[in-house]
Design a protein around this ligand. Structure first.
Ligand SMILES: [Zn+2]
Ligand SMILES: [Zn+2]
Ligand SMILES: [Zn+2]
Ligand SMILES: [Zn+2]
Ligand SMILES: [Zn+2]
Length: 478
């Protein structure tokens, strides 16, 4: 999130200097949406220094709050009783956000995320603005959970109603953590990331691959992130074994990008009956719905070569409307792989489709979907070892493009794997894949992905839940 740490976004840290501890915070007197350090009576340095940047957003939110039609609509949406069904809560939040956008139309200066991540009551979705609209009292405040400070309720009674939801172990995330524990973990993660940010790239990603090459393929069954990488990340970053848990957060950040190669390996091992795929001279993976992320994280794919000593060439073909418009992406692999004459090639699908018709390549980007790619390849199309779609959100797209792509995968019986950010999306994607006629592999979803990222981010317009890269396997088939 470009807005900075979530503490800033939810108004529990200074928007300018980002301090959240040992500092008195005051809300902006205009929008009351964000905080600065300093008291209300003393105009804080941070607030004045930030005013030019904050002004458009402040004006837009203040105007929205004064709009009586918007207020009436938002107040009318509130439920009579605290809700317990998460889907109902989510639906209500979506409706609320729709109202925001209807009345904010044209005021694009307001960054969406300030709305997406606005704190709201866990069981009734009230935001502080809606509370002020209801009562006219400007001092109305949501009550944060004293333990995690990341979840809110509008009253002590609603905290009572939300207690089970917030504190019971969840089956949606790793280790059965409760929502409150995940909030705490996410907060610590941000804090550690900020302290170690020099290790991260410009997109804020930790791109790290262990230097070792395994002597043979070892099944990932029953293995964990900690077991496979903890010692290596300690050695790599010089963390002594006497500090038991400090590598956990670094490993979480590394898992966020390493999740891609590890999920590919896991999918391949489940979709193949024997191990012959681990000894292929060239292993080909098509990434569907790829984006800049696969390109900027490309060094992590070398982990596939490092776990498959029998493979010489790893070919990754990126396909999707968001793939940066470059025909190939070079990067250097490790000296040992070079010495062994291995290569890790990252291509964009356009290069394959239009290799012979360069003019068309420059002007025509309609190849962007996988079904188009397959169709345009015609007889040239070679079945890859795996088609993978990371966090496709296939069922969330209303334009049906994914449905068509999934149909092609199912009809041609291409080995495929879909991942999702959370349980709900995984289950919806799985239903869509089944509807396309594919039989899902029982070990590949919908279920938690043992190689999903360990780094949880809050979900936009949600009072509950996280969005975690490849957290769930939605479905695998061939
Ligand atoms: Zn400040
Ligand atoms: Zn303001
Ligand atoms: Zn409430
Ligand atoms: Zn909590
Ligand atoms: Zn290497």
């Amino acid at each position: 999130m470009e807005l900075g740490p979530i503490q800033v976004v939810i108004g529990l840290a200074c928007r300018k200097c980002r301090k959240d501890e040992d500092v008195e915070l005051s809300r902006c007197g205009g929008c009351r949406r964000i905080s600065y350090c300093g008291t209300v009576t003393v105009i804080a340095e941070c607030q004045s220094a930030d005013w030019e940047r904050h002004k458009p957003m402040c004006k837009a939110l203040t105007a929205l709050e004064k709009n009586s039609a918007a207020a009436a609509r938002l107040v009318s949406l509130l439920p009579k009783q605290p809700l317990s069904d998460l889907r109902e809560i989510r639906k209500l939040t979506d409706k609320q956000v729709d109202v925001y956008f209807t009345y904010l139309q044209g005021q694009t200066a307001l960054e969406n995320s300030w709305i997406h991540y606005e704190p709201r009551c866990l069981v009734c979705t009230r935001t502080e603005m809606v509370m002020r609209m209801e009562t006219g009292a400007v001092t109305q405040r949501l009550i944060p959970c004293p333990r995690c400070m990341r979840s809110f309720c509008c009253s002590p009674a609603h905290w009572e109603a939300a207690h089970a939801l917030h504190h019971s172990p969840s089956t949606d995330w790793r280790d059965g953590f409760s929502h409150c524990q995940m909030n705490t973990f996410a907060r610590l993660q941000e804090w550690v990331d900020a302290g170690t940010s020099t290790l991260f790239d410009r997109q804020g990603q930790l791109v790290w691959v262990p230097g070792r090459i395994k002597s043979r393929w070892v099944s990932l069954e029953g293995k964990t992130w900690e077991g496979e990488f903890d010692e290596e990340i300690r050695t790599s970053y010089g963390i002594p074994a006497t500090i038991p848990s400090s590598s956990t957060f670094l490993l979480s950040s590394a898992s966020d990008t390493l999740s891609m190669p590890m999920t590919i390996l896991y999918g391949l091992s489940k979709l193949n009956e024997d191990d012959s795929w681990t000894r292929k001279q060239t292993l080909t993976v098509h990434v569907l719905g790829a984006s800049d992320r696969e390109v900027s994280c490309r060094p992590v794919f070398e982990e596939i070569l490092h776990r498959l000593p029998g493979v010489d060439t790893l070919e990754i073909v990126l396909c999707g409307p968001e793939v940066p418009s470059r025909d190939s992406f070079d990067h250097e692999i490790c000296p040992e792989c070079i010495a062994r004459g291995r290569s890790c090639v990252l291509k964009c699908a356009a290069e394959l489709v239009f290799a012979t018709t360069l003019l068309l390549w420059i002007t025509d980007y309609s190849f962007s979907t996988y079904h188009d790619f397959v169709r345009k390849q015609g007889n040239q199309f070679k079945t890859p070892d795996l088609c993978v779609a990371f966090n496709s959100g296939a069922a969330q797209h209303v334009d049906y493009t994914w449905r068509t792509s999934i149909k092609v995968l199912a009809e041609r019986k291409l080995p495929s794997l879909f991942t999702a950010y959370c349980r709900e999306e995984a289950e919806q994607d799985a239903a869509m894949i089944r509807a396309a006629g594919a039989a899902l592999h029982p070990a590949l979803g919908p279920c938690l992905n043992p190689w999903g990222s360990q780094k949880a981010l809050p979900t936009a317009h949600s009072v509950y839940g996280f969005h975690t890269d490849n957290a769930w396997l939605a479905g695998g088939f061939k």
